[in-house]
Write a protein that binds this ligand. Structure first.
Ligand code: PMV
Length: 346
């Protein structure tokens, strides 16, 4: 098989401050609620991609050095997304891609690996199809950031937010003929407020329930409608706190929002508990460090047991000192808000 030029996209993961939790039935990856995240900088997926010059054969995918297939658990989402991207080629019939991808952080442990992975895949595949690593040229050829974000969202909901940098909002709403896309926009760039996300890794294990399954299940919680009703207020509080760079207001609101999301999951018909005993112990310790020691650090958790600790840069040393002595923390990843994906031709 012969291929065109190779392109490399690096896309960071993101941490949701207001979680996307539950999707609308009958639509593809349309969120039940608007969400807001900060795009990280060093926890990222690095993906190289080229497209075949011929129209035959299947995609070839290597994930962390190992070949994955269509029916492999890590391969399904990737192949489905590559099919979607291949169908966007200007040619009559799709051409297969060759993809090599890896994450710079542990996969499926509460750090949004599919967000980073599907964002990087979307960008690298678009670059390969259009044979350019120039964002401007991509936009001129129909792959501007809003389009790339919306395509990545189809691969994995939260991936749409990873296509943009800084503080990113994904507006929910049923797509209509007039507005077929979901609006995903960066509200502030990273330099507006350079917050840190220090991730306490409590386990490198894969989570027991995928977020895809959880999105379906959470509707069965009696708390779900209440969550939807209160989220517009939560979003306003969080957006105001970011605008005013008010860490106490932001921190209290994101902790409450994370607990709210997990309360909904834990009260579903088939209850899902992502935080472990170690997560709950660390969440309590974080509150203690704040109240007793004046440390300005706040937690949030995605669909995993690891705890993301959000803070301003001057709190890092004090936080790391405490995490070092905390039972159950097997690793600490120091990340911060970043400007979003990078793209280059190889
Ligand atoms: O993109 P998904 O389907 O992996 O869902 C992500 C869900 C959370 O990470 C828990 C929240 C979010 O908004 O990122």
């Amino acid at each position: 098989m012969s291929y065109g030029p190779r392109f490399k996209a690096s896309a960071p993961s993101n941490i949701a401050l207001v979680k996307y939790w539950g999707k609308l039935a009958g639509h593809q990856q349309v969120a039940a609620n608007s969400s807001l995240s900060m795009t990280l900088s060093s926890c990222e997926a690095v993906t190289t991609c080229r497209v075949a010059t011929e129209h035959s054969g299947d995609h070839i995918v290597t994930f962390s050095g190992e070949r994955v297939t269509r029916d492999h658990k890590d391969g399904r989402k990737i192949f489905a997304h590559l099919d979607r991207m291949a169908a966007l080629a200007d040619t009559d019939s799709p051409r297969p891609f060759e993809v090599d991808t890896y994450n710079t952080f542990p996969t499926s442990a509460g750090i949004a690996s599919s967000a980073a992975g599907l964002a990087a895949l979307t960008i690298a595949a678009a670059a390969a199809l259009k044979n350019t690593a120039c964002w401007q040229e991509l936009a001129e050829q129909g792959f501007g950031r809003p389009v790339l974000a919306d395509l990545a969202r189809l691969g994995s909901g939260s991936a749409g937010r990873s296509v943009l940098g800084g503080y990113v909002k994904w507006h929910s709403g049923e797509p209509t003929a007039g507005a077929p896309r979901q609006k995903i926009e960066s509200l502030w760039s990273a330099d507006h407020w350079p917050l840190c996300d220090t991730i306490a890794v409590l386990s490198g294990n894969e989570k027991a329930v995928s977020s895809t399954d959880a999105h379906r299940e959470v509707w069965t919680s009696p708390l779900f409608d209440l969550r939807l009703a209160t989220l517009p207020h939560t979003l306003r509080v969080i957006e105001t706190a970011i605008a005013e760079r008010d860490i106490a207001a932001l921190g209290e609101a994101i902790e409450q929002e994370a607990v709210n999301m997990h309360a909904v999951s834990m009260t579903a018909k088939r209850p899902i508990t992502f935080p472990s005993d170690r997560s709950f112990a660390l969440m309590a310790a974080i509150k203690r460090w704040r109240q007793k020691d004046g440390l300005k650090v706040y937690f949030t958790l995605d669909a995993g047991e690891n705890v993301h600790i959000i803070h301003e840069p001057d709190q890092l040393a004090g936080l790391l000192e405490r995490l070092r002595g905390f039972a159950g923390v097997i690793d600490t990843l120091c990340d911060k808000i970043g400007e979003g994906p990078r793209l280059e031709a190889l």
